[in-house]
Structures are given as structure tokens and as C-alpha cells.
Design a protein around this ligand. Sequence first.
Ligand SMILES: Cc1cc2nc3c(=O)[nH]c(=O)nc-3n(C[C@H](O)[C@H](O)[C@H](O)COP(=O)(O)O)c2cc1C
Length: 206
Amino acid sequence: MKTFALAMTGASGAIYGIRLMEQILNAGHRLYLMISEPGRMVVSMETDLKLPASSTAIQSYLTEYFSARDGQLQVFGKSQWTAPIASGSNVPDAMVICPCTSGTLAAIATGASRTLLERAGDVMIKEQRKLILVPREMPFSGIHLEHMLRLSRLGVMIMPACPGFYQNPESVMDLVDFVVARVLDQLGVDQSLLPRWGMEDLDDRD
Ligand SMILES: Cc1cc2nc3c(=O)[nH]c(=O)nc-3n(C[C@H](O)[C@H](O)[C@H](O)COP(=O)(O)O)c2cc1C
């Protein structure tokens, strides 16, 4: 069992984060979750989930919703500095910010660390552990692109919410799963959401 941290911020595409959470929990891993206040708002606007306000209540709600084991999912508040992820002495195996706003991207790129979510990202970078950002914006400005380049040069993986269409998607969830599957692959979490390239049409040989 691995321990992952997932941060959801207020970008469109909350369903990416929800699907990722579901897959990590279903695979039996421990998950630390942080949701910004705009993130909570976007979840309620874009999905059927109605997240309560407090992190304790969100933890109970999502534990029941995903039928997670007791303690498998821990939700931390914005100023919960006693959380394990606030310190480099107790880092998770990897952290994903999905979806990631341009605001949180800027905070991570500049080491702002004003909230637990931002601090956790900063800790992953300073400890040189795996940090994945799934930014969502259209178009990206030069500022966004500079922040992404700066982070990429530090080893942060930038995986924009850009689904491919070569799998002939039939539904919105197919597009969501394209992005989520690629993130799960990077985390080393087994997934069967997306067929692997080159493994489907073995009869298609010369
Ligand atoms: C419905 C909705 C969709 C949004 N979509 C995006 C988006 O795709 N990308 C983005 O960077 N910000 C988006 N925003 C704006 C952010 O939520 C806002 O900048 C917020 O301050 C980000 O805070 P956070 O990074 O702490 O979550 C959206 C806001 C709303 C209400």
C-alpha cells in the first residue's frame, strides 16, 4: 500500500480529481486529500457531489461515497499544519494537484506556501519527490507557461488536462479516463481505464 496526496483546486474539471480519487482508493492505497474552497465550489457546480464545509465532514462523506476503509482517506484543512504532508519528514509517495488552477500553479512555482495545499507542493519539490500538476486553463498566458517551465525544470511533471482522441471516445467519461489513466500510470497505480497503445489490434500486422 502506498500513500498519495491529492489536491483539488478551483479549476474546471473537478471530475478528473474525483475519478482519480476513486481509482486510488479502489486500488487500496491511502490518500491524503486537500480541497481549496474554490475547488469545493467547482465540485458542487460540475458534479453531483455536494461536499460539506468542514474537512472532517468531507472525510466522512467521501469515505462513505467511495466505500473506503476507515482511515484510508484523510482530508486536511487549509491551515492544518499538523498534517503529515506539512513536513519533509513524512512525505507521501507522490502528490497530484488535479485539477490545478493558474493561481495554485503560481503559488507552487514561487514557493508561496500560504496554505497546507501549497506547502505540501513545496515540500514535495524540496524533498525531490514526485509532484504532478494537472493544469486547466484556456488559453495559457505567458505567465502560466513560464510557471510550468520553471516547475518542469525542477522535475515537477506537468500533465495538462488534454485528452487524446485516438481511442475513439464515446462519452465524456472516456475523455476523463484518458487523462486519469495517464496520471495513474505515473503514480504506479494499476489501472484498466485505457487500453495501452500497441496492445489492441494485434491482427493489424503486415
Ligand atoms: C466554475 C469555475 C471554473 C473555473 N475554472 C478555472 C480554470 O479552469 N482554471 C483556472 O485557473 N481557474 C479557474 N477558475 C478560477 C479559480 O477558481 C480562482 O482563480 C480561484 O481563486 C483559484 O483558487 P485555488 O487555486 O485556491 O483553488 C474557475 C472558477 C469557477 C467558479
